[in-house]
Design a protein around this ligand. Sequence first.
Ligand code: CUA
Length: 273
Amino acid sequence: MNIHTYEKIWLVAAMVLIVGFIATITYGAVGPGIAMVDDDGGSIDPDEINDHERFGDTGVEHVGGNEYEVAVVAQAWSYFPEEIDVPANSEVTFYVTSRDVTHSFSVVGTNINTMVIPGEVSQMTVEFDEPGEYGILCNEYCGAGHHDMEGKLNVVPEDEFDMTELDVEAPDEVEAGNETTINATVSDGMQTDLETTAALEIGDQQYEEPVAIEGAGSESVEFAVDTAELGDGDHDWTMTVDDEEESGTLSAVNGSDDGTDDSAGGDGGDGDA
Ligand code: CUA
């Protein structure tokens, strides 16, 4: 049987197109790492999220090197945490789950876009090379507040990224003329060691203490404050460690002379223990 040359050309062209289409679809499904939401990230009981090892405490965690993990809980109609800070030049793995209905976690302008299904953990790893600000949106209709469900992702320059946390314990009152202590507990959120300085400013007095913390640990430093030097009355204080700041007021009260015995009596006794 004789096949006309044109017909042969059309047959071959049709074959090439069919193979091409199949190859394109296969590459699209497998090549760039696109996958359906599955149980890769594990499953979770939505009622136990608060006690969960990862989701009980949402937010950013440093794993080591330039690797970070972010735990996010979606619920009608917000994300926890609402704002996420990660450094540039980092590899970030997001773990997202839902407390109630199906949501999505979509970072506008990136290829991060996943369904978030109650009972399942969606997991995706992304590299952030450059600093930038991204909006986070919910793409799955989840009820009346769906259009308000949003978050923010900040990729901050590496030298501005800070995972140091500060917690200050200070008395509100001390008997005038007495010494007291203000305690700063500094936590290092990074796996790497941290050397920094805790600075306390109270009234016209300034104190500084070096703080050296091993990776992922915390240290407390104690500042002895003498109200004999500060004088009577209220003294505003500010504790600063890196970008963290906490402030309050310490009142030096003259318990025995002023008639305010309820406030002075409670503190004068236990405060300086
Ligand atoms: Cu959550 Cu729409």
